[in-house]
Write a protein that binds this ligand. Structure first.
Ligand SMILES: Nc1ncnc2c1ncn2[C@@H]1O[C@H](COP(=O)(O)OP(=O)(O)O)[C@@H](O)[C@H]1O
Ligand SMILES: [Mg+2]
Length: 343
């Protein structure tokens, strides 16, 4: 995104978050963040600290820089911020927490608010809300370690009734982290362990037989209905499923095809479901809606409230094939976020 954003229109203040949660002034050099499988980029503490505005009456960010060899530091203004683009995945990034922080400090931001972000992050509650809105989802149960331990026989019966294969996934993770396809009940416990390592709440879901289709949603302008892109398809050939390596590291065995080969009626139906799903979770800004196309129609898998934005990611690719270039897409998202203001 750093490489694609329209520099004639926008001045970028790149802020990184370290593992310890320090906000630092980052490099504006896109190559710093290239997704090299051998060396995934990491935010390294460079001694700077980006400070939030001192009250909601201000939108000014400041940065302090440690003065080498002294206890002191230099402070300078980074200017008044118009809008924050939280380009973050997962916990603390996509789950409503950073969105809540931005609300508190009074900075407008791109994308979904607190509620839609936390709903989208949690597969159990996403599915509960979608089901409530009459949108088809795959049968599933949600377990915790304590519940499993309390009545193993009950959970075994409930699990077996889903039939094989099942997908075991942490309720809140993403990027396929902690997800296992289980084709033999003997492998269930190991899969649960892997998922429980990521979250205390785990879904066991019926495996869906169908094509994996995704589409991209943008909030409508001035109260208009959400806009939905053409569809993309994840074609899994040489792998078990669409895992982390395939998503980010371009590992072989998965091909992204966009536009997906769908009939007009199918695309229309998909776009209708995606719009309803986006509205059901109270979506704002953007989302990628992931579905399976089965013999009985579309089944929604999940919504991603801050979808991948790498050059191989589906969200920008779907918009590219719908007539919106990557720089135009970024501009559109920033303008929507800016127009919405702090929520
Ligand atoms: N019920 C299911 N049936 C078939 N494949 C599934 C199912 N659930 C997940 N998968 C496969 O696992 C991948 C990751 O699961 P997903 O629920 O999308 O989690 P994440 O949030 O990590 O992307 C999916 O893209 C798909 O390939
Ligand atoms: Mg997914």
């Amino acid at each position: 995104m750093l490489g694609a954003i329209d520099r004639d229109r926008f001045e970028v203040i790149p802020v990184g978050i370290t593992r310890e949660g320090a906000y630092i002034l980052e490099s504006d050099e896109p190559s710093r963040f290239a997704l090299d499988p051998a060396h995934l980029p990491e935010v390294v503490d460079n001694g700077t600290r980006v400070l939030w505005p001192e009250s909601t009456a201000s939108r000014e960010l400041t940065v302090t820089t440690a003065r080498p060899g002294t206890e002191g530091s230099d402070t300078r203004s980074l200017g008044a911020v118009d809008v924050v683009f939280p380009i973050l995945h997962g916990r603390f990034g996509e789950d409503g927490t950073i969105q809540g922080l931005l609300e508190l400090v009074g900075l407008p931001y791109v994308g979904n608010g607190v509620l839609a972000s936390s709903l989208g992050m949690d597969k159990h509650f996403t599915k509960t809300v979608l089901e409530g809105a009459g949108i088809p989802v795959a049968p599933w149960i949600t377990v915790t370690r304590a519940a499993l331990a309390a009545d193993p026989d009950l959970w075994q019966r409930r699990t077996r009734s889903l039939g094989l294969p099942v997908f075991v996934k942490p309720a809140r993770a993403g990027s396929s982290v902690g997800v296992t396809k289980v084709s033999d009940w003997a492998a269930l416990d190991a899969a649960l362990d892997v998922a429980f390592d990521e979250d205390g709440s785990v879904l066991i879901e019926s495996g869906v037989v169908g094509r994996e289709i995704e589409c991209a949603v943008l909030e409508g302008r001035d109260g208009a209905a959400p806009r939905v892109s053409v569809a993309g398809e994840v074609v899994v050939t040489g792998r078990d499923f669409y895992d982390f390596e395939a998503k980010y590291l371009d590992a072989p065995g998965v091909e992204l095809v966009c536009p997906a080969d769908l009939g007009d009626g199918e695309l229309f139906e998909l776009q209708r479901i995606a719009r309803r799903a986006f509205e059901a979770i109270g979506g704002q800004g953007l989302a990628r809606v992931d579905v399976f196309l089965t013999d009985e129609g579309f089944v929604v898998n999940e919504l991603n409230t801050m979808p991948g934005f790498t050059p191989i990611s589906m969200f920008p690719t779907c918009w590219l094939n719908s007539g919106l270039s990557y720089p135009e897409l970024i501009t559109e998202l920033i303008e929507i976020g800016h127009a919405t203001g702090a929520r």
